[in-house]
Design a protein around this ligand. Structure first.
Ligand SMILES: Cc1cc2nc3c(=O)[nH]c(=O)nc-3n(C[C@H](O)[C@H](O)[C@H](O)COP(=O)(O)OP(=O)(O)OC[C@H]3O[C@@H](n4cnc5c(N)ncnc54)[C@H](O)[C@@H]3O)c2cc1C
Length: 386
């Protein structure tokens, strides 16, 4: 049973691509959930396996080793990941965000140097914006990258960094001119090989989160790390804030795509469960409360799907702006939280057991309103255009 109509942006080529994404996610992600939760990260080899079958950097041009596809390919992989119940693999950050910073903002040399390694899985990547003292207020990051000859000297601390424990390439948001606000921000690419240990780069704890236990979210420390000047993303200092603003719509749309797919999956699981479970001699589904709650949830899913499909279409045409992406991000993640919570309730005590995927849907849902820019910041962005 499908809760929503077929997305308008799909076509037969994308349908065949979905088969590949589906089989990879079912085979490589679904069975490993518990083990990854215990080790607080996916297996490092997962990245190489995904690279081998061509599932990394799907929308990066083929000349740089990518799949030569579009955001539609990324969206399908995200949907299949959600259907497999996976909340561990940080590929959306790697392929959907970091690779695009390099592709859109990097010089030709930088693209040739890094993108093929991201596409093969030789390098795992992360983006380090957030600091212990600064999250929403990105203009005020304290991490500094001060030019010294043909290097930058990087000092600072980052936290909550997805893929932080495994990343070999980290795009760091730092001030090259600490006296300036937005104009002082630059993006610096740190290659961890050689920088780790005596090079001044250190990884802190893999953080213990409420949910998404298998996804590595880490602290990173930079203590006089010498980064070659040619690792400045783009050719000029002070462009970082503009570069961030250009890429954030895709990052937020990715979150919205995941939210809708997670909602669809939660409702489908709940319909199945409530038709199997009985109480007072009848299926849980037959109680009017259950049917009404599920009717509401199915409607929330359908409305969210229509909105996210429209946002994907706009993005495929290059027309999704910051405001539109902010609307999609806050709306869908807010709905996901509500839907996951109502669905969990219909599972009774089993809904609170980690072995039931609905419990993961619920804990994973909570953070979607926080990362990628909090939902309050989304409303701030939208309200500025009113
Ligand atoms: C699981 C996880 C993964 C993450 N991955 C990454 C990553 O890969 N890279 C990265 O850089 N960061 C990452 N983050 C960090 C995330 O983006 C930040 O947590 C988020 O941007 C909020 O920043 P903060 O935590 O410092 O909250 P704060 O900015 O301190 O906000 C606290 C509260 O104040 C509110 N607030 C702040 N400013 C305003 C305002 N102007 N108006 C109204 N309300 C406001 C916020 O909405 C929030 O409710 C991740 C976080 C988590 C939890």
């Amino acid at each position: 049973m499908s809760l929503t109509r077929r997305s308008s942006w799909l076509d037969p080529d994308l349908d065949s691509f979905r088969e590949l994404a589906h089989s990879f996610c079912q085979k490589e992600l679904a069975p490993n959930h518990e083990r990854w939760s215990e080790q607080k990260q996916v297996d490092r080899e997962l990245w190489n396996k995904a690279g081998e079958v061509g599932l990394l950097c799907l929308s990066i041009p083929e000349e740089y080793g990518g799949g030569g596809g579009t955001f539609a390919h990324e969206a399908i992989l995200l949907e299949e990941q959600a259907k497999a119940g996976d909340d561990a693999w940080g590929n959306s950050v790697h392929s959907g965000i970091v690779a695009h910073y390099i592709n859109s903002c990097g010089t030709e040399d930088q693209k040739k140097r890094w993108l093929p390694k991201l596409a093969s899985g030789e390098l795992v990547s992360a983006i380090a914006m957030t600091e212990p003292g600064t999250g929403s207020d990105l203009q005020n990051v304290k991490t500094k990258a001060i030019r010294d000859g043909d290097h930058y000297v990087l000092n600072g601390a980052k936290t909550f960094i997805t893929n932080g424990a495994q990343a070999g390439l980290i795009v760091v948001v730092a001030k090259t001119d600490p006296g300036e606000a937005a104009k002082g921000v630059s993006l610096l690419v740190v290659e961890t090989e050689g920088a780790e240990g005596s090079g001044g780069f250190r990884r802190g704890r893999v953080l213990d989160k409420v949910g998404m236990h298998g996804q590595d979210t880490s602290e990173l420390f930079f203590d006089d790390v010498r980064v070659p000047a040619e690792n400045l993303l783009g050719e000029q200092e002070g462009l970082g804030f503009v570069q961030l603003m250009q890429q954030l719509p895709q990052e937020r749309l990715i979150i919205a795509v995941c939210a809708v797919a997670a909602m669809e999956s939660a409702v489908e699981q709940t319909i199945r469960y409530t038709k199997e479970r009985t109480a007072f001699g009848r299926e849980i589904f037959k109680f009017q409360n259950t049917r009404f709650k599920l009717a509401e949830a199915a409607t929330e899913v359908a409305v969210s799907r229509a909105f996210v499909d429209q946002s994907i279409e706009r993005h495929l045409k290059g027309e999704l702006d910051v405001t539109g992406a902010a609307m999609a991000k806050w709306w869908t993640t807010d709905r996901l939280s509500r839907v996951a919570d109502e669905c969990l309730q219909l599972f009774g005590g089993y809904g609170y057991m980690n072995e039931y995927p609905i419990s993961r849907a619920w804990t994973s849902a909570r953070v979607q309103r926080i990362f990628g820019g909090t939902n309050e910041i989304m409303k701030e962005i939208i309200s500025r255009t009113l």
